[in-house]
Design a protein around this ligand. Structure first.
Ligand SMILES: O=C(O)CCC(=O)C(=O)O
Length: 279
């Protein structure tokens, strides 16, 4: 193959994520991307180590009542953890986001770290992310990036096509408490009771792989039943040019309550930088 520089660049870009993968993302709301972040695992490991030894005021960890290990969570740390910022600005993640969202831009929304220590008995309940977020719009994507090998039984589980129902279900904290007061949205149906009626997407994963999923997709994850392996996950959330700020009349998660934005506004504030432009 004898390609000039521009052709090479186009070829390189087109293999980051194929049209088939983009179609599958739009259709199912979740896809597996193999090996896309393999060169960034060490960087993210260092970042997570730094974060856990100095968490932010937004840390929200859960300690199981049975005395098993913690489920550590923290959010929005890219501006103080160099390794996170490096990954967000210098890896291919912004370009992949842009392509998956069919957007002209990839705007970073936030990072979220989710570490289930070995044997932690805390399962992540079924939920959608959109009702927790101060944004609305179909152009969005989250990446679930494990830093440890993951067996399918403890992998993120996404319900295929659940982003297309048009329904937004009542958000709850992972301990079952309602997130917003006087929330009259519908409760999520009992997924476990009818589990065989859903097409559940989940995979065996290696460090470097990622699941890209839509903010509207119903998803959850089992406890970390593995007694010797940690389940460290770096999650990065992105929005496109048509996604807008929304005031959900309550403290969402993450709580962006310092922002002076109104429903319908573009997210033109430093918290949400545009990292990639496709024009
Ligand atoms: O990692 C988990 O246990 C859950 C992840 C999740 O709910 C999310 O990334 O939105």
């Amino acid at each position: 193959m004898n390609l000039d520089f521009v052709q090479k660049l186009k070829w390189y870009r087109s293999v980051l994520v194929s049209n088939k993968q983009i179609d599958s993302y739009q259709e199912h709301g979740a896809i597996l991307l193999k090996g896309v972040f393999i060169n960034w695992i060490k960087t993210l490991e260092v970042g997570i180590q730094k974060l856990m030894s100095n968490p932010s005021p937004r840390e929200r960890s859960y300690f199981p009542e049975d005395g098993s290990a913690q489920f550590f969570q923290d959010l929005c740390n890219w501006d103080r953890i160099d390794e996170f910022r490096d990954f967000i600005f210098n890896s291919n993640i912004s370009e992949i986001s842009c392509n998956l969202m069919n957007s002209k831009i990839a705007r970073f929304f936030h990072d979220h770290i989710l570490v289930k220590e070995p044997g932690s008995s805390i399962a992540t309940p079924w939920h959608q992310d959109l009702p927790y977020y101060s944004v609305d719009g179909k152009q969005n994507v989250s990446f679930w990036i494990p830093l440890d090998p993951i067996k399918k039984k403890i992998c993120l589980k996404c319900i295929s096509k659940s982003h297309l129902t048009g329904k937004i279900h009542r958000p709850k904290r992972f301990n079952g408490n309602d997130l917003y007061k006087n929330d009259n949205t519908d409760e999520l149906p009992d997924i476990e009771k009818n589990i065989n009626t859903y097409n559940i997407l989940s995979w065996d994963m290696e460090p470097g792989d990622a699941i890209a999923f839509d903010f509207r997709v119903i998803h959850g994850a089992a406890a970390n039943s593995n007694k010797s392996l940690r389940r460290r996950v770096f999650s990065a959330r992105w929005v496109g040019e048509k996604t807008r700020f929304v005031n959900r009349n309550g403290k969402g998660s993450p709580p962006f309550d310092h922002l002076n934005l109104k429903t319908g506004d573009e997210l033109n504030v430093d918290d949400f930088p545009i990292v990639y432009k496709n024009y």
